[in-house]
Write a new protein. Sequence first.
Length: 216
Amino acid sequence: MNNIDWSQLFEQRKKVARRFGKIWEIPIARRYSDVLSKLGRESVTLLEIGAGKRGLKNKMTGYWGQFDYLSCDIDTHHHHDFSEIDLVTGEFDLICAFEMIEHVTLEEAHRLLTRCFELSLPGGQIALTTPNIYYPPDFLRDATHRTPFCYDELGGLLQLCGYETTAIYRLYHDSLVKKLIKRVLMYPIFRMLGIDFAHKIMVVGMKPVYSENGGQ
């Protein structure tokens, strides 16, 4: 069982907050697939955790062409390659978990991401999305959500598990009129109230590449 070093988690969270700034300074991406498309390539090995209907495979084939895709999910209504993370074998260039991490406790998330780190190839990446806590309705509307992850908390947890947090995005796409209202007209009010219009955040991490002598 992996125990969380709470003081180290706090330090990693502070490092992420200092590096990426406040929520309103986090860059905006339209969709997670726009970010993901730049992380992979043809023949990439990808593991999706919490894969649901495995729709990610078809979506990313449109960007990359053929690649190796495996899924891990406790859902028995769809075929998955693995039913739990401890049963996963192999090493991966890219691991994804979209709208999943908020459904587990912080301790379970730590254990999961530690296992993901073990499954990542050196230089491999991980991409996670979760509701933006600065847009409370997206987290609160689902009774199965257990842990609200702020962007710096999730980035810090990735670093605590061995990854380097390399990028954070707010995910937001809307009509032109709504973008104008939310991103321009309402922006000062959002900041004053401490809320945001982006429903999701996306955090990307990378497993460091170590030399043979153990150096980075």
